[in-house]
Design a protein around this ligand. Structure first.
Ligand SMILES: *Cc1c(COP(=O)(O)O)cnc(C)c1O
Length: 381
């Protein structure tokens, strides 16, 4: 076996050296660890990682190295992976709907924290999970606000039902807690405000003091050309509002970021296969591949164009329609992208901030989706 280079300097070096015709997702362990330490230092409580956003084992290992000790998991496969890589870590099974086989699996794996948003699923847990030392977090929702799309459409009890569920969980001998997920890519800290105040009202009307309040994921990553979102502003708002809303009964806080932790640690290299009649850009990746999320949350606007020589193209731009490689007509970016007038076939488009919901949801639809993941010291240049 020949020696191959495994750590690159930056994306341009990869482009100059490999001229990759397949999509390449470039990982910066340093950015991931720096972001993790920022959460650990700044968030006023326990930081757990939402595994679904990027379950790559390199990601999990680097998070553990940085000090992350808790994981939000949603399936037996995620539970088993975290148990293998980080045996001592806390597992929060926060998919509120589970089959009985999945519950049994999680009990055997020693899961101690569960979320629930309905009477039927709560009764299933009460029947199957030994209450001793176990926590049930009732997930509630509010009408959508501030998020890139509506998470409450699938999960979350109304505040009124949440109070009933909280009282029932406590009565059955579980440690009662509350949880919510404000949505994803919440750039406005106020997205958390009403949720935290509602959590305090739920406790009052249930007559139950919550042990912990999990404020979900939803922390934004850097997707627009301006400055990166200030995570510290969100941490400060959560801290202040939790004290205002709960006073002396303030529960311990937990968060479970996915995107906010891992998003900025990856840059995605794609290639222009064709510039059809100088109008339409056809990339070698699209919405069935690494760009799956863009139709849901909107384009990433941090895009650089690099020539095959590894040189950045700058100057005037024009709005271009960008298509993915498959024959499905929905395989296009949700809005036009401003790209340099000098763009040429064979150039590379670098989408920054692509660590979350990219490799995790990549498919092989239509024979595409051969994605490579490599490591680099820097994602700049
Ligand atoms: C997906 C998910 C998260 C992570 O969401 P991000 O927007 O990526 O931070 C956190 N908690 C739950 C329950 C989720 O389903």
């Amino acid at each position: 076996m020949g020696l191959s280079k495994t750590i690159w300097a930056n994306p341009s070096e990869i482009i100059r050296t490999k001229q990759p015709d397949h999509p390449v997702l470039v990982f910066s362990p340093e950015i991931l660890q720096t972001t993790a330490r920022r959460f650990l230092r700044g968030f006023p409580g326990l930081v757990t990682y939402a595994v679904k956003s990027n379950p790559d084992e390199m990601v999990i290992e680097n998070l553990v190295t940085a000090g992350i000790r808790g994981f939000d998991v949603a399936s037996p496969a995620e539970i088993d992976m975290i148990r293998r890589i980080a045996p001592g870590a806390a597992l929060h099974y926060h998919n509120p709907v589970r089959g009985r086989d999945e519950i049994a699996h999680a009990v055997r794996a020693g899961v101690k924290t569960w979320s629930v948003d309905s009477r039927s699923e709560l009764e299933k847990l009460i029947e199957m999970v030994p209450a001793e030392g176990c926590e049930i977090s009732v997930r509630f929702k509010l009408p959508v606000q501030g998020a890139a799309y509506n998470f409450g459409a699938k999960f979350g009890a109304t505040a009124e039902m949440a109070a009933d569920l909280l009282a029932r969980a406590a009565e059955a001998g579980f440690t009662p807690s509350l949880t919510f997920h404000p949505g994803t890519q919440c750039t406005d800290p106020m997205a958390w405000d009403a949720y935290i105040r509602t959590a305090a009202e739920i406790c009052r009307s249930a007559g139950v003091q919550a042990h912990r309040l999990n404020v979900g994921g939803g922390f934004p990553n850097h997707r627009t050309p301006g400055p990166a979102p200030k995570l510290e502003d969100i941490f400060a708002l959560i801290d202040r509002v939790a004290t205002e809303a709960f006073g002396d009964a303030r529960p311990a806080l937990v968060c479970e970021p996915g995107r906010g932790l891992v998003g900025d640690a990856f840059t995605h290299i794609t290639r222009v296969k064709a510039l059809r009649d100088d109008l339409h850009v056809f990339l070698n990746d699209g919405i069935y591949g690494g760009l799956a999320e863009l139709p849901l949350v909107g384009n990433i606007e941090r895009v650089d164009v690099v020539s095959p020589m590894g040189v950045m193209r700058s100057g005037d731009t024009i709005e271009r329609i960008v298509f993915g490689p498959t024959c499905d007509s929905v395989d296009r970016l949700p809005s036009e992208l401003p790209l340099p007038t000098t763009l040429e076939e064979g150039d590379f488009l670098l989408f920054h901030g692509m660590g979350a919901y990219s490799s995790a949801t990549n498919t092989r639809f239509n024979g595409f989706g051969q994605m490579e993941i490599v490591t680099a010291l820097s994602l700049r240049g």
